[in-house]
Design a protein around this ligand. Structure first.
Ligand SMILES: [Zn+2]
Length: 276
């Protein structure tokens, strides 16, 4: 069994659900993100949130896959403070829905002041509701600085429990500082750019299994849900124990996401044993 912790199924075909089901995916999670273009009104976000909390769970269920989502105002569209706050005003009604796991993927894109303001306001919303948080770290040249900005804020906040926060799109130069601070880390695999399946398994061998998640992050760009299964195969090919492969691709997402009572899959082993 595999859990896909980060994928934008709104941009994928029904055949992707079918392939994922055949490859053993039992649940997938869809963080709210940029649509590939800037939306022109808050109503467009309302429609988007409605889609990922109603239509996608129904589509996934036809392939026996549980579909969960995260709701937020994404970092790429956070620079317009007025629009961002209009969207944030109706986020709570979606956060209450039965398949929504928490606030995400919030974060930074170009590390601007406005992005940081909206990030902080959404962290407060999550904390006030005791929600889990899924964080998008910026890509490429902005990654290290943006990750440090958010990590420093979360560490200095005083009320953030790192066990309930995952930083996604981590790379070799950002994993250690996040793990050392007690946060969950997620690595994204892309077929062309950024992390490859082999690079992800290299990082696991270097930094261990604890508080590590892997996702394929399929969206409207060059991406493939199958890369998650490629990474799983690469780990098996290198001779890792079957229970360690299961920890990374199934149990770890259960440990993190299962902190939200709406998430149904249960781990096959207690966490202390799995990371032992
Ligand atoms: Zn994403």
């Amino acid at each position: 069994m595999v859990i896909e912790p980060h994928i934008h199924m709104i941009a994928r075909t029904t055949q992707d659900y079918e392939r994922m089901a055949r490859m053993g995916t039992v649940a997938c999670c869809e963080p709210a993100f940029w649509a590939g273009y800037d939306r022109t009104s808050a109503a467009a976000f309302h429609d988007y949130f409605t889609h990922i909390t109603s239509f996608e769970p129904t589509r996934a269920a036809q392939y026996l896959i549980q579909h969960y989502s995260w709701i937020c105002l994404n970092p790429k569209e956070a620079d317009d403070l007025t629009l961002a706050r209009e969207v944030m005003a109706f986020m709570p009604e979606f956060l209450d829905r039965p398949t929504v796991l928490g606030v995400g993927e919030i974060g930074l894109n170009k590390n601007t002041k406005n992005e940081m303001t909206i990030f902080e306001e959404q962290v407060e919303m999550a904390l006030s509701r005791n929600s889990l948080i899924w964080i998008h770290t910026p890509h490429l040249a902005d990654k290290l600085k943006g990750t440090r900005m958010m990590l420093d804020y979360m560490k200095g906040h005083g009320k953030v429990d790192p066990e309930r926060v995952a930083f996604d799109h981590v790379e070799e130069h950002t994993i250690k500082m996040l793990k050392d601070a007690g946060f969950w880390t997620a690595m994204t695999i892309y077929p062309i750019t950024k992390n490859s399946p082999t690079r992800v398994v290299d990082a696991i061998e270097r930094y261990g299994l604890s508080r590590m998640i892997v996702d394929a992050s399929g969206d409207w760009g060059p991406s493939d849900p199958g890369t998650l299964h490629d990474a799983r195969f690469e780990m098996r090919r290198r001779g890792h124990l079957p229970q360690d492969v299961e920890t990374l691709f199934y149990n770890n997402p259960c440990y993190f996401l299962g902190q939200c009572e709406k998430f149904k899959p249960r781990p096959t082993r207690p966490r202390a044993e799995a990371w032992g």
